[in-house]
Write a protein that binds this ligand. Structure first.
Ligand code: FE2
Ligand code: FE2
Length: 298
C-alpha cells in the first residue's frame, strides 16, 4: 500500500489564519437572503464549528498531548474552526437570523448523553494506550472530509453568491485539516496492529455524523444528506470519501458513512411524506432576503 505524502506542519502553522471575510459583500448577502433549509443547515454548521473546542478535549487526552506535531496542529485547528463559527454566525446575522445571546452555552449544555459517554470512553482509551490516537485521527479525517463536501455542495446549490464565496473558503480549510488527520491516521495505523484494531472498533461502534448532540439533530443531518448527497453526484461523493477511509491500513470494511447516508435518506423520505406539506406551507423554500426579514420584524 502506497504511503501517504508527508504533511508539512511548519508550513501549515505559518499559513494558519482566521478565515478572511474582507471580500464579502454583506449588503449583497442580505439582499439575496437564504432559504429556510439553508438557515437550518447554517445554524447547525455554525454551532458545530463553534464547539470544536469541546472536541479538542478528547483529542488532547492521553499520549497525543506529548506530540509536538499534533499539539501545533491542534492549536491552529481550533483557532481556525472557531473563526469558521464566527464567520457563519456573522453571515446568519447579516441575512436576518442573529444567534441568541447565550447560544454557545445553550448548545454546549445540550450535548447529548451519548456524546458525553463517547467522550469519556475515547478519553479513557486514549490514556490507556498511545495506539488509540490512530482512531482519533481517522475520525478527524472523516469529519473534515464530510464537512468539506457539505460546504462545497452548499456553494454549488445556493442562490446566494456571497454564501457560496464564504463556504468555498471554509471548504478549503477543511481540506487542509483533512490532510493532517489523514496523514496522521495512516502513519499510526501502519505502525501497529492494535492501532488498526482500535480504530476499526471505534469507528464501527461509535462514529456518527459530526455535531450530532452538539447543535445537530437527526432532522438536520437528514436534511443535509437529502439536499447535498441524494443525487448521483452527491452519492458518489460520499462513496469517494468512504473509499479513502477504507484505504487506510486495516479499515477496508468501513461502511458507516454510506450507512448513515442511506439511513438518513430513508428517514428524510419518510419524514417528508408525513410532514412535508405542512412544513413547506410554513417555511417556503424561496430565499428570504435580509431586508425582507427586517421589514417582517419591524
Ligand atoms: Fe470548520
Ligand atoms: Fe476543519
Amino acid at each position: 500500500m502506497a504511503e501517504v505524502a508527508r504533511f508539512d506542519i511548519q508550513r501549515f502553522v505559518q499559513l494558519s489564519r482566521a478565515v478572511d471575510l474582507s471580500d464579502l459583500d454583506w449588503q449583497a448577502a442580505a439582499h439575496h437572503g437564504i432559504s429556510d433549509d439553508e438557515r437550518r443547515i447554517l445554524r447547525y454548521m455554525a454551532d458545530t464549528e463553534a464547539h470544536t473546542i469541546l472536541y479538542l478535549r478528547d483529542l488532547l487526552a492521553g499520549h497525543t498531548a506529548h506530540d509536538p506535531e499534533v499539539t501545533a496542529f491542534l492549536a491552529c485547528w481550533v483557532y481556525e474552526e472557531t473563526h469558521h463559527g464566527i464567520a457563519l454566525d456573522r453571515f446568519l446575522a447579516e441575512v436576518g437570523y442573529p444567534s441568541s445571546k447565550n447560544q454557545y452555552t445553550r448548545v454546549a449544555a445540550g450535548a447529548a448523553f451519548a456524546e458525553e459517554v463517547e467522550a469519556f470512553l475515547s478519553q479513557s482509551a486514549a490514556k490507556l494506550t498511545p495506539h488509540f490516537a490512530a482512531a482519533h485521527m481517522a475520525w478527524g479525517a472523516l469529519n473534515e472530509a464530510t464537512a468539506a463536501a457539505a460546504y462545497t455542495a452548499l456553494a454549488r446549490t445556493t442562490g446566494n453568491p456571497e454564501l457560496a464565496k464564504l463556504v468555498t473558503k471554509l471548504a478549503r480549510d477543511e481540506r487542509r485539516h483533512y490532510s493532517f488527520y489523514y496523514h496522521q491516521a495512516d502513519m499510526r495505523l501502519r505502525a501497529h496492529p492494535l492501532a488498526r484494531f482500535l480504530c476499526r472498533s471505534a469507528l464501527n461502534l461509535f462514529w456518527g455524523p459530526v455535531g450530532i448532540g452538539v447543535g445537530g439533530t437527526r432532522e438536520v443531518i437528514e436534511l443535509i444528506f437529502a439536499r447535498f448527497f441524494s443525487d448521483r453526484e452527491g452519492r458518489a461523493e460520499i462513496d469517494r470519501i468512504e473509499a479513502q477511509i477504507r484505504a487506510l491500513p486495516g479499515q477496508s470494511a468501513f461502511s458507516k458513512l454510506s450507512q448513515a447516508r442511506d439511513r438518513s435518506l430513508r428517514g428524510n423520505h419518510a419524514m417528508a411524506s408525513i410532514t412535508g406539506v405542512a412544513h413547506r406551507l410554513r417555511f417556503p423554500q424561496e430565499a428570504v432576503s435580509g431586508e425582507q426579514r427586517r421589514r417582517d420584524f419591524a
